[in-house]
Design a protein around this ligand. Structure first.
Ligand code: NAD
Length: 472
């Protein structure tokens, strides 16, 4: 069992001032595998002070100096990718077939930010006017538990590329992953105070970051409810905010879709990260004319998506992160049944033989209408809702009939038609024929899915202020 008592402030591991101790519980068997001492407001203020001191110098670094730091971070994280993957699988039950690639993506994101920074003009001038892009200041980076190593890498990469110093507050449920990741950061030998990390509760450490006048910007990934509170409370100190929030993403199967590909893809997209993914395509929009065929394909395909031990490379769906999340998923499955949806596969309770952990059954509902609770609210578990539509216009209308707008998916054989549909979806990203990623493409939400964008030049720009100097 690992015991964590230190935070990372001013380039050193320092004992926590906060005294609250929290157990870290492995979701596969409910065993205590670690203990973390949580930081408090004082730890947070010390970290902010260190970041503020460091900003005086780091905020004036050149592109080349920052690119060098990004390369060092890439090497440091890559060197420990096996350890990071192992601890991710252990701590929150991310399946190894997801955790491995997402850790790699975390290491890669430093190089993507380096490339974007290289290509982003930070100075433009015409006549006697010069416009420069300046780092906004100390940034508070608040992240969730569901892909911890990746979020830490991604947020740090953009902030560093822009010339900001940071105080990071990862989810308290990710303390073991964070401690391995911090060993990488320490090994990268960054300038002191550039990256400070406090493990602690959102309403304590996160709230201090949001309130503190020495923090210029908050970049937050998490739930819409907390995102709203950050926007409201941050207004008092005029915080710049980037909010990456939840989703209820539609996955439209057009009537020319090849079901041999589209149904496995629907499961990959819907059960991603055990269904605990903001981008999960949880509303499967199916042409009514092909509904029976789709139902048969779902029943035939589900055995290829086994639930169980996340360390087994064949497992697709692991456990929910904790008891609370398990119960949340169960309550939505009950709600779906109460509201008249029909369970096609899965259902309530743990899968047979997996009662010792927080495992839920991968579940697909049919006879779902878009106004049911299971079609409107983010469940954050392996639960899909099949919703029938009449024609392309109807599919687009249903897809957009949601308060979210993070991601969408379209499957079809006629690419021109799939593109036409994609271009009418109110979502920050629309993927055609599969789960796709591009670290230079912007990522973020329309509507309640958030404010602002991350990745590539869009992500760096979110940490920059624009200054114009005009000469006579
Ligand atoms: P959460 O909102 O409960 O917590 C996210 C982070 O915010 C944690 O570090 C938490 O400690 C902190 N926090 C909580 N209360 C706070 C407060 N008052 N002030 C400041 N910080 C506070 O979310 P979660 O349960 O950790 O993660 C799941 C949610 O995150 C889902 O809604 C999911 O869709 C969303 N998410 C979004 C994205 C995206 O990129 N859009 C990615 C992953 C997860």
């Amino acid at each position: 069992m690992k015991t964590i008592t230190k935070h990372y402030i001013d380039g050193a591991f320092v004992e926590s001032h906060g005294r609250e101790v929290m157990d870290l519980i492995r979701p596969t068997d409910r065993q205590i595998i670690g203990r973390v001492t949580l930081g408090d407001e004082e730890d947070t203020r010390r970290a902010i002070a260190a970041a503020k001191r460091a900003f005086a110098t780091f905020g004036r670094t050149s592109k080349e100096e920052r690119m060098e730091i990004l390369r060092k971070l890439h090497h440091a994280v890559s060197a420990r990718s096996a350890d990071l993957t192992r601890v991710m699988v252990d701590e929150y039950g991310g399946v190894v077939q997801f955790a491995g690639p997402i850790v790699q993506a975390g290491a890669e994101v430093f190089l993507s930010a380096e490339k974007a920074l290289h290509e982003l003009p930070l100075t433009r001038s015409w006549g006697k006017t010069t416009v420069t892009m300046e780092p906004v200041g100390v940034a508070g980076l608040i992240s969730p538990w569901n892909a911890n190593a990746f979020f830490l890498c991604m947020k740090l990469a953009s902030a560093v590329a822009a010339g900001c110093t940071v105080v990071m507050k990862p989810s308290e449920l990710s303390a073991l992953q964070t401690s391995v990741w911090l060993e990488c950061v320490h090994a990268a030998k960054l300038p002191k105070g550039l990256c400070n990390v406090i493990s602690g509760r959102g309403e304590v450490v996160g709230a201090e970051l949001v309130r503190n006048p020495d923090v210029a910007k908050i970049s937050f990934t998490g739930s819409a409810a907390v995102g709203r509170s950050i926007m409201r409370d941050g207004a008092a100190t005029m915080k710049r905010v980037t909010l990456e929030l939840g989703g209820k993403s539609p996955n439209i199967l057009l009537d020319d879709a090849d079901l041999r590909k589209a149904i496995p893809n629907a499961f990959i997209i819907g059960f991603l990260n055990n269904g605990q993914a903001c981008v999960a395509g949880t509303r499967l929009l199916v042409p009514r004319s092909r509904l029976d065929e789709v139902k048969r394909a779902i029943v035939d395909t589900i055995p290829a998506f086994p639930v169980g031990d996340p360390t087994d490379p064949k497992t697709v769906v692991g456990p929910m992160v904790n008891q609370k999340q398990y119960e949340r998923v169960q309550s939505y499955i009950r709600k779906g049944i109460e509201e008249g949806a029909e369970v096609l596969v899965g259902g309530e309770g743990p899968p047979p033989g997996l009662e010792s952990g927080y495992f839920a059954k991968p579940t697909v509902f049919v006879n779902v209408s878009n106004d049911m609770t299971i079609a409107r609210e983010e469940i954050f578990g392996p639960v899909l809702s099949v919703i029938a539509y009449e024609d392309d216009e109807d599919a687009i209308m249903i897809a957009n009939d949601t308060e979210y707008g993070l991601h969408a998916y379209v499957s079809g054989t006629d690419i021109g038609r799939a593109r036409r549909v994609a271009s009418q979806i109110q979502a920050g990203r629309v993927a055609i024929n599969g789960l796709l990623d591009d670290q230079q493409a912007p990522f973020g939400g329309f509507k309640h899915s958030g404010v602002g964008r991350e990745f590539g030049i869009y992500g760096i720009e979110a940490y920059l202020e624009t200054r114009a100097i005009l000469e006579s």
